[in-house]
Design a protein around this ligand. Structure first.
Ligand SMILES: [Ca+2]
Length: 206
């Protein structure tokens, strides 16, 4: 009888431990990685609170749409339909932006870059390239960095090119509550979708 009670008690303890473990994981949004990385593979989360911020576009007036897509590359990604066909949008710098308000502030200590997978179709443009910019203000300063996106990368069966975009930034001791991510049309007439996946904050380069 005593042994049965002991087993029952152990089972209850084990169940409680499991519950606490799961609860803390949920509370942390899947751990630290979830605060710094978005893979968009959760259909229920869609764009995972990333959104367009039209009032902050710079020299971009074309139509634009942000959506979640899991058909084109076999797993979830952000799809951004862009249109730089208007000559006014073919200035050397045309900048639509996305933003996210973080659920928890991101501590930039030890971090030195934002990176993401970028997919574009070279047949959808006659000229130009993409660049990308991050921007975020924090108490006492701001993070701002620009980086060109390479035009050469892995060409996929559907004609899209996959490129790793990396935006290094100066290391700072700051907590960010939001960030802007720009897709800059640089002398381009691109019309069509581009895709972004696996946005993340990367550690400082060793
Ligand atoms: Ca994904």
């Amino acid at each position: 009888m005593k042994r049965t009670k002991l087993f029952a008690f152990a089972a209850v303890v084990a169940a409680l431990c499991l519950l606490v473990s799961c609860a803390s994981k949920d509370a942390g949004g899947g751990g630290a990685a979830a605060a710094y990385e978005w893979n968009f593979d959760n259909a229920g989360a869609g764009t995972d609170r990333w959104e367009l911020t039209p009032s902050e576009f710079y020299q971009y007036t074309g139509p634009i749409n942000l959506s979640w897509d899991d058909q084109t590359f076999g797993n979830g990604a952000l799809k951004i339909d862009l249109d730089f066909s208007d000559p006014a949008n073919q200035n050397n710098w045309s900048e639509p932006k996305l933003k996210i308000d973080f659920l928890r502030a991101v501590n930039l200590r030890g971090l030195g870059a934002v990176s993401f997978d970028f997919y574009f179709d070279p047949s959808l443009r006659n000229m130009g390239q993409f660049q990308t910019q991050i921007y975020a203000e924090y108490t006492g300063g701001k993070v701002q960095a620009i980086s060109p996106i390479s035009s050469s990368g892995e060409t996929l069966e559907n004609g899209f090119v996959k490129v790793k975009a990396v935006i290094p930034f100066e290391p700072v001791k700051a907590f960010l509550t939001n960030i802007r991510l720009s897709l800059v049309g640089s002398d381009t007439d691109y019309v069509g979708p581009v895709y972004i996946d696996n946005i993340r904050f990367d550690p400082l380069a060793q």
